[in-house]
Ligand binder design. Structure first.
Ligand code: ATP
Ligand code: MN
Length: 434
């Protein structure tokens, strides 16, 4: 093993211990009698200090010959040093050069020379080396783990549904067609129909974290053509039960990140505030009224969908996470259940961050006759949904659920300007490489 410790796991108290660190050459500084190599691993920086009188000449010569971003393993002795990163420096006794980096670099991972997002995405492997970007994706890993831990602790079983499908989940949304042997098929825009079918399977409470594909020609800071959806579906549950699980999931994730990613949050200069539950429930009619207080949204009428401008006005007014509930039935998906006593309103909800929508959900229509009628009302053909409708005919419990965008959750939690910053290799209208 070419490593005994990550940078941050070595402490000043280990003064005098022998350790091995491995990583990238972040910086070399040569002051004649004294030279420094700053080594970077995913946990931070190590100052390797080389007083020329105390360190073998071959080591100093090897270090001086290194190009920036080359990969090395360095064995040495820990020396407490308050001014160095993590409070120690390393006096090297051995160095092994593992890979020499070409020059010039496609971008500067130390961040001293800032790069445009496009340049960064073109050389993403190197961009991710910068401590800020490493922090974003370290937090993403913790965020996803927190979601899994929380949902499974709440009795949800993880499932995997097909991404190659024959029909659209809902009419309207553009799908990516693919050639499937001698037929046309599509990349799935959502696991919606399949996770609902699992309610008929008796699995009772399920979740999936997987890709969704949307062939929309967006050029916004919150849309991707390939995104990650955190999907949940709960049997014997109402939309209110689904909202409670959703707000608690968000609070759990924030808490988990705050507790486990303190050093990454510090690198990003974020003082993470855990949102307080329960989130406010704002009825759709009230949301429209709030939006209309802004001249920009004065044209909105009851029955309209909320556009980005309206989301911003309402978000600024509410100022924290909130739900929009009780939507007009005809602007929500066919599988949303209407209130029996006022069928023009349905049990759908959106979870909003002040900046944007994070999740949509609903209590679902589980009565097959009503569900079929909903399809017809929207001029969708029930025959294309036969495989789905069949699962409602032989015992389907009432159920509710939601889909939460993982990238938007990360984007809003870390206040990233662009959702592309929350994906390793974003797919958008113009980008399919790297
Ligand atoms: P929007 O109106 O903001 O485009 P939507 O209502 O079309 O989103 P849904 O179909 O409700 O999206 O999907 C559920 C969640 O999945 C969204 O709230 C969002 O967090 C995420 N999501 C959907 N489409 C995208 C996308 N193109 N890029 C990133 N995340 C997405
Ligand atoms: Mn939505």
């Amino acid at each position: 093993m070419k490593r005994t410790h990550y940078s941050k796991d070595i402490t000043p108290e280990m003064n005098g211990n022998a350790v091995i660190v491995s990583g990238w050459v972040h910086e070399i500084r040569d002051f004649g009698g004294l030279a420094f190599l700053i080594l970077r691993d995913r946990a931070g920086l190590v100052q390797v200090t080389m007083p020329k009188k105390k360190v073998p000449k071959e080591i100093v010569d090897t270090v001086k010959s290194l190009s920036r971003e080359s990969v090395v393993s360095i064995g040495g002795t820990v020396k407490a040093e308050a001014k160095a990163p993590h409070g120690y420096e390393l006096i090297p006794t051995e160095i092994e050069v593992l890979s020499i980096a070409d020059a010039p670099l496609p971008l500067d991972p130390t961040g001293k020379v800032p790069a445009e997002l496009d340049t960064r995405l073109d050389a993403r492997f190197m961009d991710i080396r910068s401590p800020e970007v490493t922090a974003v994706f370290t937090i993403r890993a913790h965020m996803i783990k927190a979601v899994r831990d929380f949902l499974s602790a709440n009795g949800c079983l993880e499932i995997a549904t097909p991404k190659i499908v024959a029909t659209a989940t809902e009419g309207g949304t553009a799908l990516f067609p693919i050639s499937y042997f001698d037929r046309e098929a599509f990349l799935n825009q959502s696991p919606q129909l399949y996770k609902q079918m699992m309610m008929a399977s008796g699995m009772d409470r399920v979740y999936e974290i997987g890709p969704i594909f949307r062939a929309e020609e967006h050029a916004t800071r919150k849309h991707l053509n390939e995104a990650t959806s955190i999907d949940v579906e709960l049997s014997f549950a109402t939309h209110e039960d689904a909202m409670i699980l959703l707000e608690n999931t968000i609070a759990y994730v924030y808490n988990h990140v705050k507790e486990n990613c303190a050093s990454q949050l510090k690198v990003l200069n974020i003082d993470l505030q855990v949102p307080k539950t329960p989130f406010r429930r704002v009825p759709y009619t009230e949301a429209i009224a709030i939006a209309k207080t802004s001249p920009e949204c004065a044209h909105l009428e009851l029955g309209d969908d909320l556009d980005t401008a309206a989301e911003h006005v309402i978000g600024e007014t509410v100022g924290e996470h909130y739900f929009i509930v009780d939507w007009p039935t005809n602007i929500r998906a066919f599988y949303s259940q209407a209130y029996d006593e006022r069928p023009e309103v349905c049990k759908a909800f959106d979870l909003m961050h002040p900046r944007m929508e994070l999740s949509s959900g609903a209590q679902r229509e589980h009565r097959v006759d009503k569900l079929t009628k909903n399809l017809e009302d929207r001029e969708l053909n029930p025959d294309s949904f036969k495989f789905y409708l069949d699962s409602f005919r032989y015992g389907m419990p009432p159920h509710a659920g939601w889909g939460l965008g993982a990238e938007r959750l990360l984007q809003t939690m870390l206040n990233l300007n662009n959702v592309r910053e929350a994906v390793l290799f974003p797919r958008d209208r113009v980008r399919i490489t790297p």
